[in-house]
Design a binder for this molecule. Structure first.
Ligand SMILES: [Zn+2]
Length: 390
């Protein structure tokens, strides 16, 4: 498979790709509302000869496009959701386009070995769409999964927090705050103590653990001893073991804070996300393709800032990467800012997006044409999962 030919084909379709990215930027549809954006991407794939299934896993804005047959089966993930108020400040208008562009380039190239699949995955920002898709079995025959996210650096690697989010409730007893405070049980005392205890616990927590939250109900009226309070609190760590250990400590203090004042309590797990398991052979292959396109590689470090992504669960299910492309010309612009939104709709940003599309398609080509590389990718994954589960 000729990489020069792949590059040539991406150049043939680049005007169309940039137009799609611009339109998705304009639509700025938020989680699960991405009707026009997902239609635009799936219509393009259909026109290019892909078999497209819309509304998969009961999600209106998810889709699955496929072409080719047999192994290896490569899944390219498409995100396209925006943020409320600040629009495409995470650059997701480019993510779907890169995956779709790479898939179309391979389809036009013709002589590919295996299956290319584009997974239209809604709601990365809120709702963890990919988790729903994983649970629906979308990745069950997939050998490799990849996506590229806009950023201020080019890298095949990522670091992301695993997280567990909880709703905490305290139940006390209402009473007049002035005339009969002694008859009440104050659910707010438990809540305030909980936040203080989290603060004290921080000193003894392993480095790079995060606990953050808000009080969602702080009581009913200032002349009533609060009978009910609630909060939402998220715990994050870079690995599952540390996360679960921290969650156990956290649950203990939730209980202690209830007991201290005679309240009842309830813990409800709201959400969870997995850390990204970077498949190194795959990340290195993408970086090699970046380099041959003249793109400068930056090492991914914790200090650059770390969040969480629903791509985590995908990389824990099948070998995969959550890579980055520099759309800001190396200037450090954090995501979820208006400045980043501007970069996500800039000519230089789109130029970087096209380069990354070429690298992504070339990486698919590498995996499809080298059984040795595929074997290396698979054994790396099995080795890492083996360690993780022991
Ligand atoms: Zn994002």
């Amino acid at each position: 498979m000729s990489k020069d030919k792949i590059i040539e084909i991406v150049d043939e379709i680049k005007v169309e790709l940039i137009n799609i990215a611009k339109k998705i930027f304009e639509y700025s549809e938020t989680a699960f509302q991405e009707r026009k954006s997902s239609k635009l991407l799936s219509d393009f794939l259909e026109k290019e000869g892909f078999k497209v299934e819309r509304r998969i896993a009961n999600l209106e804005t998810a889709f699955l496009a496929e072409f080719g047959d047999g192994k290896p089966k490569i899944a390219l993930l498409a995100e396209y959701d925006a943020l409320p108020e600040i629009g495409h400040a995470c650059g997701h208008n480019m993510i779907g386009v890169m995956s779709v562009g790479a898939a179309v380039a391979l389809r036009r190239l013709g002589d590919i070995k295996g299956t290319i699949m584009v997974v239209g995955s809604p709601a990365e920002e809120k709702g963890a769409g990919k988790k729903i898709l994983v649970e629906a079995g979308v990745f069950k025959d997939v050998d490799v999964a990849m996506m590229i996210h806009p950023a201020s650096m080019n890298t095949g690697y990522d670091i992301a927090y695993a997280l567990r989010a909880f709703k905490i409730e305290y139940f006390g007893k209402a009473s007049h705050a002035a005339s009969s405070p002694d008859k009440g049980i104050n659910a707010l005392d438990s809540m305030i103590s909980l936040f203080s205890m989290i603060g004290l616990m921080r000193q003894q927590l392993p480095e790079k653990v995060r606990i953050h939250g808000i009080i969602t109900n702080g009581g009913q009226a200032s002349n009533i001893i609060p009978e009910y309070t609630s909060a939402e609190i998220t715990v994050r760590a870079l690995d599952e073991k540390t996360l679960n250990e921290t969650v156990e400590k956290f649950k203990n203090i939730v209980e202690s804070a209830a007991k201290a004042y005679g309240c009842e309590y309830k813990i409800t797990e709201l959400d969870s996300m997995e850390a990204v398991l970077v498949n190194e052979p795959l990340a290195k292959t993408l970086e090699k393709n970046y380099k041959s396109l003249g793109m400068k590689i930056t090492k991914r470090t914790y200090e650059q800032g770390v969040g969480s992504t629903d791509m985590g669960i995908v990389t824990q299910t099948v070998p995969g990467i959550h890579a980055y492309v520099d759309i800001t010309g190396g200037i450090d612009i954090p995501v979820h800012t208006r400045d980043f939104a501007q970069a996500a709709n800039s000519e230089d940003g789109y130029k970087a997006m096209i380069n990354a599309t070429k690298a992504l398609a070339s990486t698919c080509g590498d995996v499809m044409n080298s059984e040795e590389l595929l074997q290396e990718i698979v054994s790396y994954f099995e080795r890492r999962k083996g360690i993780a589960s022991s």
